[in-house]
Design a protein around this ligand. Structure first.
Ligand code: FAD
Ligand code: NAP
Length: 322
């Protein structure tokens, strides 16, 4: 029989939302269990400097997340390295299956599964993933020392990745489909001042090309969005930074979603349409998608879970989702 782990509150996800929920739920004596998922620490572990976390003028993303984990553990949150593969939302307590085989049984659930990088969807992009195509500059930038790199995207991530990659590359070309970036002004200023970065406006990446033996990128073909003209840009590394989509696999058939898959919560609340299920962070947030807003929602979710459990002492017998 599968090993069972029972808890008042199961937190799914170990980004700022999950760990903040862990801190608050532990301090409410709920003895929460937090399942970390495939990416312990979440998205901030894929970046370097974080400059907008209050209290730290500058902090490395991975370090910040290690501190959050240590904080959650120190106040009594049990942190488990596992991945939740499915949840039975039809009755309470909720029964969650996991990759390790452990069955997690929880009176309340806080979903904080965050978001994941989007890809262009090109066949050639898929072919060279891990062989010159990447969505994480901090993970893979080091492989392109002295080489030319292309980054696609126009938001904060693309600009930060382009800047970071100048630590390794001889040249970085930022390809954007419009002539205006979405990124914060301060980041744009740094980008435009950097002599290693060239910005190519009004272009989309049409194809990644390269060698088969050994498998590796040699360049990208870009298409002018207005004239349709195709140009080749030689490069050894191609970084896709075109945004993130919510990691909603566990709930997309059960909970209402909107704006491209973000979980809908009640106004000014993290409560979902299923009593006892709360959602926090980038999973629900199509608008702000920041560490601090995710942490704030994690706090709200834990406080709301605590109130829900206090008001519903008969939780195990109640039918949750009709
Ligand atoms: P995430 O950080 O996305 O974490 C999701 C967690 O859920 C992960 O731990 C994952 O393993 C887990 N998970 C997913 N599925 C499962 C499952 N089935 N079972 C168990 N666990 C699961 N924001 C800022 O405020 N400042 C910045 O400087 C900044 N820089 C950024 C740089 C980059 C490159 C990126 C990509 C984002 C940046 N952001 C920044 C945005 C910030 O990282 C996110 O807003 C924030 O991490 C969202 O937190 P979260 O807790 O909702 O989810
Ligand atoms: P984003 O803000 O959604 O930007 C995505 C960019 O990619 C946009 O410029 C978009 O172009 C472009 N794009 C989307 N699909 C494309 C496609 N198919 N082909 C070509 N270009 C495409 O995403 P993000 O930059 O990853 O940021 C996500 C969130 O994390 C944001 O809320 C951001 O503020 C946050 N974040 C914060 C920081 C920080 O605070 N320092 C750092 C990183 C991320 P258009 O502009 O034309 O739509």
């Amino acid at each position: 029989m599968a090993e069972q782990k029972k808890t008042r509150v199961l937190i799914v996800g170990s980004g700022p939302a999950g760990y903040t929920a862990g801190v608050y739920a532990a301090r409410a004596m709920l003895e929460p269990v937090l399942v970390q998922g495939l990416e312990p620490g979440g998205q901030l572990t894929t970046t370097t400097e974080v400059e907008n976390w209050p209290g730290d003028t500058e902090v490395q993303g991975p370090e910040l997340m290690m501190r959050m984990e240590a904080h959650a553990k120190a106040v009594g949150c049990e942190v488990v390295h596992d991945i939740i593969s499915s949840v039975d939302f039809s009755k309470r307590p909720f029964v969650c299956q996991s990759d390790s085989g452990t069955e997690y049984i929880a009176d309340a659930l806080i979903l904080a599964t965050g978001a994941r990088a989007k890809w262009l969807g090109l066949e050639s992009e898929e072919k060279y993933k891990g062989f010159g195509v990447s969505a994480c500059a901090t993970c893979d930038g080091f492989f392109y020392r002295g080489e030319e790199i292309v980054v696609v995207g126009g938001g904060n991530t693309a600009v930060e990745e382009a800047l970071f990659l100048t630590n390794f590359a001889s040249k970085v070309t930022l390809v954007h489909r419009r002539d205006e970036l979405r990124a914060e002004k301060i980041l744009q200023d740094r980008l435009f001042k950097n002599p290693k970065i060239e910005t190519l406006w009004f272009h989309e990446v049409a194809e990644v090309y390269g060698n088969d033996t050994p498998l590796g990128v040699e360049g990208v073909k870009v298409k002018h969005t207005q004239t349709g003209e195709i140009t080749e840009i030689p490069c050894k590394g191609f970084f896709v930074a075109i945004g993130h989509a919510p990691a909603n696999e566990l709930v997309k058939d059960v909970l209402e979603t909107h704006m491209g898959g973000y979980v809908v919560t009640q106004p000014d609340s993290t409560a979902t349409s299923i009593p006892g299920v709360f959602a926090a962070g980038d999973l629900t947030d199509h608008k702000y998608r920041q560490a601090i807003t995710s942490a704030g929602m994690g706090c709200m979710a834990a406080l709301e879970a605590e109130r829900f459990l206090a008001e519903d002492e008969s939780a195990p017998e109640v039918q949750a989702a009709e």
